[in-house]
Design a protein around this ligand. Structure first.
Ligand SMILES: [Cu+2]
Length: 627
């Protein structure tokens, strides 16, 4: 995978060519993968001495772009990003000191008994403050500093990297885990920020951590969102369990059998997430934020005052990005090896063959998708809609889908949520194995994806070509897997795909099934409907989907999330308003007892966006009078 000159013009190179400053010899900031706890533990007391200083941080290659930022360090040791890991067993007394070497005062939060996260220590320039507390509640927490703001949601600029993890382990239980700190520098706080540099344990993809696991290995990952935006964390190829979420100092821990089973989970600012999973297939996999703005190369020109770089070494920088695959920021790579390489490879025979044609068309959206079942050789291709048509598969049926690229640009299709072989997962330049890496599909070429979906549910197929124009011009659609024997009934099984369209001068517009102006759907009173709700927008992690009458939300039943059925005890009738984040799917069912018009609403409250689809329920016409 190489970058064209055109690609180089967009993100980092712009910052680099515009800004070349001589270094003013700041101390280096080392990357911290949170494997080694800081401080000295003696007689149940952890003593840790922290410094706050300005240093030089390399979020990509060690000889790549450099930023001068505030960072924590342990006294006598290099500065670190994220800051020193404070990790103790429940009941440990923590004696911390914070020395502020900056010329501005810094407020530090989170160094306190967990669940009292409001406790704040203000450290004046040159001052040393002492803090003593006992860590009594097991969980995942963080401490953070700022020279300007009182809320992590508002933190930005030079303060952004002042974060460290605080882990309190239960007595006698020390899980083998990884602790990740998400940090993000932006020119300002809030969802409108376009220049972002988001990192995982201080590095942006492809310099972020790369994990090697073997098939069957239990994996426990723990995430801290210390950024000023929520993120939507998506695992390729496998489901994961949500073990615990800490919201504002209060940890919600799930019993083993009620842990949500997901492929995508939203984590808001200040929240922490414990997750566990285990790969059951080898290959090259990804875990990433599904917001396009956080999984493509960083855009940092507006962070100008912070960018420091010695010399002018563009060609090196350029080559360093060769492995990026068009991605950047919040992405980690995972290589899973089969511990039994002698395992026989099952012979492949496709019971069903489909063709997915992607072509260009005049007007908007720019791309047209058609699906063709090769067993029905004579069936004419349907007229393309505004998004891709539903692809209907059967659980357990080996299926081939030939993706035919009739575009002028390369593409790649990811089968989001499907547990399949890595080579067919659709991340060009990454999926597959060291021997066989998934290629992009060049113009005029095709790629045959194989899958035998093990689970019936609602999934997504979407472009994984890292250029937002395909994702905002219809290169996605619902991927529906039915149990064997079930027949797809489009009259009662309705997919609603929520996305963002790039409408040229009008720019971004929220869409339901590819349009902001939906025709009324005529439905029947008393009939049970399955609604498949899919958010495949670019960055809209805060979408709310509601079904409402004039009084407010009605009630529906949530059946499944991300294609996985909820356990029977978790299926219950709820108020019909649901956050559905980027890359999430939900299945709900609903029946209307009376004739009425309801609104299926896509809401983005902060952006004051409201797109609606009317569902008009009427009494069915009796058969005798129907013609
Ligand atoms: Cu994100």
């Amino acid at each position: 995978m190489t970058f064209s000159v055109g690609r180089c013009l967009i993100p980092l190179c712009l910052a680099l060519s515009a800004l070349s400053f001589a270094s003013n010899a700041l101390p280096p900031i080392e990357i911290n993968e949170n494997h080694v706890p800081a401080g000295i533990l003696r007689d149940g007391v952890l003593t840790v001495q922290l410094d706050i200083a300005k240093g030089e941080w390399h979020p990509e290659a060690e000889d790549g772009v450099a930023l001068s930022v505030y960072a924590f360090g342990e006294t006598g040791h290099p500065l670190q990003n994220p800051g020193p890991l404070i990790r103790v067993v429940q009941g440990t007394e923590i004696h911390a000191s914070i020395r502020n070497t900056l010329e501005v005062p810094i407020s530090v939060r989170g160094l306190s008994e967990p669940n009292t996260t409001d406790a704040r220590v203000r450290v004046a320039p040159g001052e040393i403050k002492e803090i003593k507390f006992r860590a009594t509640t097991p969980g995942l927490y963080f401490y953070w500093g700022s020279s300007e703001v009182e809320d992590v949601k508002s933190r930005h600029g030079i303060d952004s990297e002042l974060t460290g993890a605080l882990v309190v382990d239960p007595i006698g239980v020390r899980a083998d885990d990884e602790v990740f700190v998400l940090e993000m520098m932006s020119e300002r706080a809030g969802p409108g920020a376009r220049e972002t540099l988001a990192t995982i344990n201080g590095k942006s993809w492809p310099y972020s951590q790369h994990f090697q696991y073997h098939v069957g290995q239990p994996v426990r990952w723990r995430w801290i969102n210390a950024t000023n935006e929520p993120h939507s964390l998506h695992l390729h190829g496998f489901y994961y369990r949500v073990d615990a979420i800490n919201r504002g100092g209060r940890t919600e821990t799930y019993e083993p059998d009620t842990r949500p089973l997901v492929v995508t989970q939203r984590i808001a600012q200040g929240e922490t997430l414990d997750m566990s999973w285990s790969p059951d297939r080898p290959g090259q996999w990804l875990f990433h934020c599904h917001m396009v703005i956080h999984m493509t190369p960083p855009i940092v020109p507006k962070l100008a005052g912070l960018v420091k770089r010695e010399g002018d070494n563009h060609s090196d920088e350029h080559s360093n990005m060769h492995d990026a695959g068009g991605m950047g920021q919040l992405v980690v790579g995972i290589t899973v090896r089969d511990s039994n390489p002698a395992r026989p490879i099952a012979a492949w025979h496709a019971d069903r063959k489909l063709k997915l044609e992607i072509s260009e068309r005049p007007g908007l959206p720019r791309y047209a998708l058609r699906v063709h079942d090769l067993a029905q050789a004579e069936s004419p291709l349907d007229k393309p809609g505004l998004i891709g048509p539903p692809i209907i598969l059967t659980r357990g049926q080996p299926t081939e889908i030939e993706v035919v690229n009739q575009l002028k640009d390369p593409t790649a299709i990811h089968w989001h949520g499907i547990e399949l072989e890595s080579y067919y997962d659709g991340v060009p330049g990454w999926s597959g194995s060291e021997k066989q890496i998934t290629p992009p599909i060049p113009p005029g070429n095709s790629f045959i994806a194989r899958m035998t979906p093990p689970r019936a549910g609602t999934f997504i197929y979407h472009t994984h070509w890292h250029d937002p124009s395909q994702l905002t011009n219809g290169v996605y659609g619902p991927l529906i897997v039915l149990p064997p024997g079930d027949k797809y009934d489009p009259a009662s099984d309705l997919a609603f795909v929520f996305s963002i369209g790039d409408f040229g001068a009008l720019r971004e517009i929220a869409l339901i099934n590819g349009t902001p102006q939906n025709k009324t759907l005529q439905l029947q009173v008393g009939k049970k409907y399955r609604f498949r709700l899919i958010n495949i927008s670019t960055n809209n992690q805060a979408m709310q989907i509601a079904l409402r009458n004039s009084q407010g939300p009605v009630e529906w039943r949530i059946l499944a999330k991300d294609g996985a059925d909820l356990p029977p005890t978790a299926v219950r009738t709820t108020s019909a308003q649901l956050p559905v984040t980027v890359g999430e799917t939900y299945d709900v069912d609903f029946a209307s007892a009376a004739a009425q018009d309801l609104q299926l609403d896509l809401l983005l409250p902060a952006a004051k966006v409201h797109v609606t689809q009317t569902l008009s329920f009427t009494q069915p016409v009796p058969e005798s009078t129907a013609k």
